[in-house]
Design a protein around this ligand. Structure first.
Ligand code: ADP
Length: 474
């Protein structure tokens, strides 16, 4: 079976979040199961071109012009990665925009990427059995395929995965012309959304199968509360919607071999050395106190607004604990956390940036990993935390609900702390319970050891995707 994955980010070449992890790791697992896989992604400025070779030049008819486009290639673990070059669109400092401000021409940038993917496949002679696109940035692949490429790819079926329904790619309707889309699909049953064009909606409508990244999120997005205005559409298409939980790349996230951490380990007893090294690096007092880690976009979606309130409360009560936070994002959250960090320099280390090595160190050094999301399609942080014997503290939503078992007398084999209501008080309670567990060292170590043994690799999840591919390909 020949599968092509289109994704606007792919690890280790480009990354802003979980989508990159998935696009980097799923292909590898599919290849190990005997599939032929190619991945298409834009050639961003940050991608090192020295290890890429020129695969082909393609003329792309886009936005009233013929755009001569170079497609670069590299092969990694038997999977082909293709990168679409476009100086004007992708040679920029960021992937989608600066901070919370998206680039104004994102409709054109990712419309172009989607069209270029199909033209490149045609030029390269690749005939996918399944074309798997992801999120709004590559959603138009499905639309263009059905509108304009049926002759070239008569057998190709499409899977569209929603990694986050909160981002839909909604633009002014005049882009329909720029993108070369036909007005007869600008309807309630097509791409129209409150008189605008909605890329993600197109991805859903035109796909043969739609997936999202956990079973619970597949249910949640069909409700008004989590549906971001598309719950009706998703209910209508529920027959082709399913949830497949993500895995993590267990080679990238491995405490035994991780090059970014100070001491490799296989037993949570030995985490302490990493903890002390990180405390030193970040100018925190070097001592054995509970350390709470956060590696996250600083967004309300991630529960960072309730976390800001909760951490203030806890610190006021003079607890002996440390918080190590890595991330950037929404300005009001960054500002509140900066204020907290300035007031409690001995207890809070705030790192407002994207930093892959530091992320690894935090996963490896913390006792607990805080993810109080308002909604969470899947979440990778909790699974990565497990690998390093770090117990997640999460809200019961989406993939977090599916992967974390609450610590309580009634639950066998708990793996972390789970609270229900989106409320800072609930989070504070969970953080306090974690501190209590920290004080029962042996019990904490036992649970951490159990968590380290959990299998969230892609091996099983890739099989779920293969089952789905086979089902739609017939
Ligand atoms: P998202 O909604 O952002 O995709 P996920 O939990 O699915 O959330 O995935 C987040 C991924 O991005 C994880 O691999 C996490 O370690 C990484 N990440 C998030 N913020 C940062 C950061 N500031 N620096 C380094 N890695 C980060």
């Amino acid at each position: 079976m020949n599968v092509v994955l289109a994704s606007s980010e792919v690890f280790p070449f480009s990354k802003t979040g979980g989508l990159a992890d998935v696009a980097g790791a799923l292909p590898k697992a599919l290849v190990q199961n005997g599939l032929r896989v190619s991945v298409f992604s834009p050639l961003y400025k940050s991608i090192d071109k020295t290890n890429l070779t020129l695969a082909i030049g393609v003329d792309i008819d886009f936005n009233g012009q013929i755009v001569h486009t170079r497609i670069y290639k590299t092969t990694k673990e038997a999977c082909d990665f293709y990168f679409v070059e476009n100086e004007e669109y992708f040679n920029r400092d960021h992937l989608y925009g600066i901070g919370a401000h998206d680039y104004e021409d994102n409709a054109l940038r990712f419309g172009f990427f989607s069209k270029a993917t199909l033209d490149s496949l045609k030029a390269l002679g690749i005939k996918p059995d399944v074309l798997h696109s992801n999120d709004w940035q590559s959603a138009l692949v499905n639309v263009y395929l059905k509108l304009f490429y049926k002759e070239e790819f008569p057998q190709t079926k499409t899977v569209f995965t929603i990694h986050n329904l909160g981002y839909q790619g909604v633009f002014d309707k005049y882009y329909m012309n720029n993108l070369g889309l036909l007005w007869d699909i600008f309807t309630i049953d097509g791409l129209e959304y409150y008189d605008k064009v909605n890329f993600l909606k197109g991805g859903i409508v035109f796909a043969d199968a739609v997936t999202t990244v956990s079973k619970t999120y597949a249910q949640e997005i069909q409700t008004q509360e989590y549906g971001f205005g598309l719950d009706g559409l998703l209910r209508k298409f529920s027959y082709k919607l399913s949830g497949i939980i993500n895995g993590i790349d267990v080679d990238v996230w491995d405490p035994k071999t991780d090059k970014f951490i100070d001491y490799n380990f296989n037993d949570p007893k030995h985490k302490i050395k990493n903890k002390n090294a990180l405390q030193k690096l970040l100018n925190l007092p070097i001592k054995e106190v509970p350390v709470f880690g956060i590696v996250s976009r600083l967004a309300a979606q991630k529960g960072m607004d309730i976390f800001s309130k909760s951490i203030k409360e806890l610190l006021k009560s003079n607890i002996d604990a440390q918080f190590i936070i890595l991330g950037n994002g929404e300005k009001d959250i960054e500002d509140t956390l900066t204020e907290v960090a300035n007031s409690y320099k001995n207890k809070v280390s705030l790192n407002l940036k994207f930093d892959e090595p530091l992320a690894h160190k935090i996963y490896a050094s913390s006792d607990f990993f805080v993810m109080p999301s308002k909604y969470e399609p899947c979440g990778l942080g909790q699974m990565i935390a497990y690998r390093y014997g770090t117990l997640p503290i999460v809200r019961a939503t989406g993939g977090l609900k599916d992967t974390v078992k609450n610590y309580s007398n009634r639950v066998k084999n708990p793996t972390g702390f789970v609270f229900e209501k989106y409320d800072p008080l609930e989070l504070t309670k969970a953080l306090k319970k974690a501190i209590d567990l920290f004080n029962k060292k042996n019990e904490l170590l036992k649970i951490a050891q159990y968590a380290m043994g959990l299998d969230y690799s892609w091996e099983n999840q890739a099989k779920e995707y293969i089952k789905l591919y086979k089902k739609i390909y017939g």
